[in-house]
Ligand binder design. Structure first.
Ligand SMILES: O=P(O)(O)OC[C@H]1O[C@](O)(CO)[C@@H](O)[C@@H]1O
Length: 246
């Protein structure tokens, strides 16, 4: 069945993550091995949305992308349903990684953000978890890998603004079979493949009033003030601000 989203006057067909796409990052391997049908839908990604052609032109000219992701409730065996998880690359010519901003549109989300020093053996420097409800904003600072978990009984729908000029980096998450923690029925459990994982730092969603990113507002409306989102495409010019968001 094709899953669609009507946004503005345009209908967009979802890119679908299937269970087999989760193979490398699932905690409950025994459960995964027992599932016969691995073609089942996990979550739906509606990418590069705009309410009109004029909006799309603005979005593209600012090198931005607006996506909506829909994650139904569910379990991957013992673990709550989640995204595969990824990092972003560096802005060319700088040592700064691209950030991203999310807003919860429906339901509730648990964002797991992790900063890792990559090497022969990765060292986890920081793990932050932010629980976000409808309207809340979560900014993923440069250098943080991120996984979104739906640990609720309702469908989670979230939006993101992100720079459109790069592809996400999946290998470092898959190499360790997931992020540093898995969210299981009885709470967060450490991923034994990482060494010396720090305790989780619980953080809260924020509002970034000066940028027009206000909790409870509609983040899409920034399409009309797209210059406010320049911290996503040129984060190297906003390091002071980005250092304090988590
Ligand atoms: O790429 P993953 O880890 O499956 O996460 C999915 C979500 O991340 C985004 O790429 C934004 O970072 C969304 O477009 C997408 O819905």
């Amino acid at each position: 069945m094709t899953i669609t989203l009507k946004f503005g006057d345009k209908v967009t067909v979802a890119d679908v993550r299937k269970l087999h796409d989760m193979e490398d990052v699932v905690f409950d391997r025994e459960w995964f091995e027992r599932v016969d049908e691995r073609n089942g839908d996990m979550y739906y990604m509606f990418r590069d949305l705009a309410k009109s052609e004029a909006d799309l032109e603005i979005i593209k000219s600012h090198h931005l992308r607006y996506d909506i992701t829909r994650i139904p409730p569910g379990m991957l065996g013992l673990e709550f349903i989640k995204t595969v998880g990824h990092y972003h690359p560096q802005v060319p010519g700088t040592d700064v990684f691209y950030p991203e901003i999310y807003q919860v549109l429906e339901g509730s989300a648990t964002y797991l953000l992790q900063k890792v020093e990559h090497g022969e053996e990765d060292i986890v420097l920081d793990v932050a978890v932010i629980k976000a409800e409808k309207g809340d904003l979560v900014l993923v600072p440069p250098g943080y890998g991120h996984v979104t978990i739906n640990a609720s009984e309702k469908t989670l729908e979230m939006a993101n603004w992100v720079c459109r000029d790069f592809s996400s980096v999946y290998e470092p998450v898959k190499r360790y079979s997931g992020a540093a923690y898995f969210l299981l029925k009885d709470g967060f459990g450490k991923n034994p493949l990482y060494r010396d994982i720090p305790p989780i730092r619980y953080s809260k969603p924020l509002s970034f009033d000066k940028l027009g990113l206000v909790s409870g507002g509609n983040m899409y409306d920034l399409v009309h003030k797209a210059e406010k989102l320049r911290f996503l495409t040129a984060p190297q010019d906003f390091m002071g601000f980005l250092a304090g968001v988590l």
